[in-house]
Design a protein around this ligand. Structure first.
Ligand SMILES: Nc1ncnc2c1ncn2[C@@H]1O[C@H](COP(=O)(O)OP(=O)(O)OP(=O)(O)O)[C@@H](O)[C@H]1O
Ligand SMILES: [Mg+2]
Length: 276
């Protein structure tokens, strides 16, 4: 049952976190209990995730900030079932990932979750459309159908008509758009984006963030984004800080909320339409 979020898809300004409170019919999509991840290298042990508890509502957008090496990628990889926690449980739609059979986990990775990688991992010698279509082709969708669908998603991310251009020829911002289209082509419920604007200049980072926010609203996604950019992060419904293995609410977000919200609303209202 999808939660009716109380905001307008044409207005990218962040609604207050209160819209996702239980009083407003909070409908949880994903829950993490006691998540711990330890890496061992030689005699050293690193614990980037130490007893993390976390929950996200359907249609909520959460940003995760934190210094390099804090464990943001490790956290997102765990949520996507790309990495196995040392201990703790992740529930998606109330089902523990641990309890899923291998084919169900594969289904979860391929269909429930869309992942935008820290480094976009496009295949440079393949066309934009082929890159976007890849998850469909892997799922066994016929090539013609997959490429048609990929073309539609390229339109959604502002790259309409660029289907046959090789990914390696695209700019960094355009490659990130292709990576976003590829993450969404299987219509996932949960979008995980690992530093989606990390390699971009300020202007392109803004455009990509606005695009993700628009897609989040238009497709009623639940989104978790890792970013170093606190001002972009504050356009999410909630900002969490990851450091020393702990995930905490960013207190400053509340203090600066009205100001940053107003700035975000203004930036959103002034945002140019995506390039065609
Ligand atoms: N496969 C691995 N084996 C050993 N250590 C790892 C492995 N993956 C990550 N780590 C370590 O775990 C810690 C967290 O890494 P992670 O990549 O999650 O950080 P991050 O917050 O995403 O950093 P950045 O902002 O630079 O991307 C780091 O100390 C890293 O060296
Ligand atoms: Mg990372």
């Amino acid at each position: 049952m999808l939660q009716q979020a109380n905001f307008d898809a044409n207005n990218p300004a962040p609604p207050s976190a209160a819209n996702f409170s239980p009083a407003n019919g909070y409908a949880e999509l994903l829950r993490v209990e006691g998540l711990r991840k330890t890496f061992r290298s030689g005699s050293a042990e690193i614990t980037p995730l130490d007893n993390i508890n976390f929950s996200i509502a359907r249609e909520e957008m959460v940003a995760i900030v934190g210094p390099s090496g804090a464990g943001k990628s490790t956290f997102l990889h765990s949520l996507a079932a790309l990495d196995t926690p040392t201990s703790g449980t992740i529930y998606f739609e109330r089902n523990s990932l641990e309890a899923l059979a291998e084919h169900e986990l594969a289904e979860y990775r391929n269909h429930s979750v869309g992942f935008v990688w820290q480094r976009h991992h496009l295949l440079p010698d393949f066309t934009s459309a082929e890159n976007v279509a890849m998850p469909l082709l892997i799922s066994g969708v016929a090539r013609e159908t997959a490429l048609r669908s990929a073309g539609e998603w390229l339109g959604e991310v502002g790259l309409g008509g660029r289907d046959n251009q090789r990914a390696g020829e695209l700019s960094g911002g355009e490659q990130q758009r292709v990576a976003i289209a590829r993450a969404l082509v299987n219509r996932p419920k949960l979008l995980l984006a690992d530093e989606p604007t990390g390699d971009l200049d300020e202007r392109n980072a803004e455009l990509i963030f606005d695009l993700m926010r628009r897609l989040h609203l238009a497709h009623r996604l639940t989104s978790i984004l890792a970013t170093h950019n606190l001002s972009l992060a504050q356009r999410a419904n909630r900002v969490l800080h990851l450091e020393h293995g702990r995930l905490t609410q960013v207190e400053e977000a509340a203090a600066t909320r009205s100001q940053s919200g107003a700035q975000a609303a203004e930036a959103g209202a002034n945002a140019p339409k995506e390039r065609g």
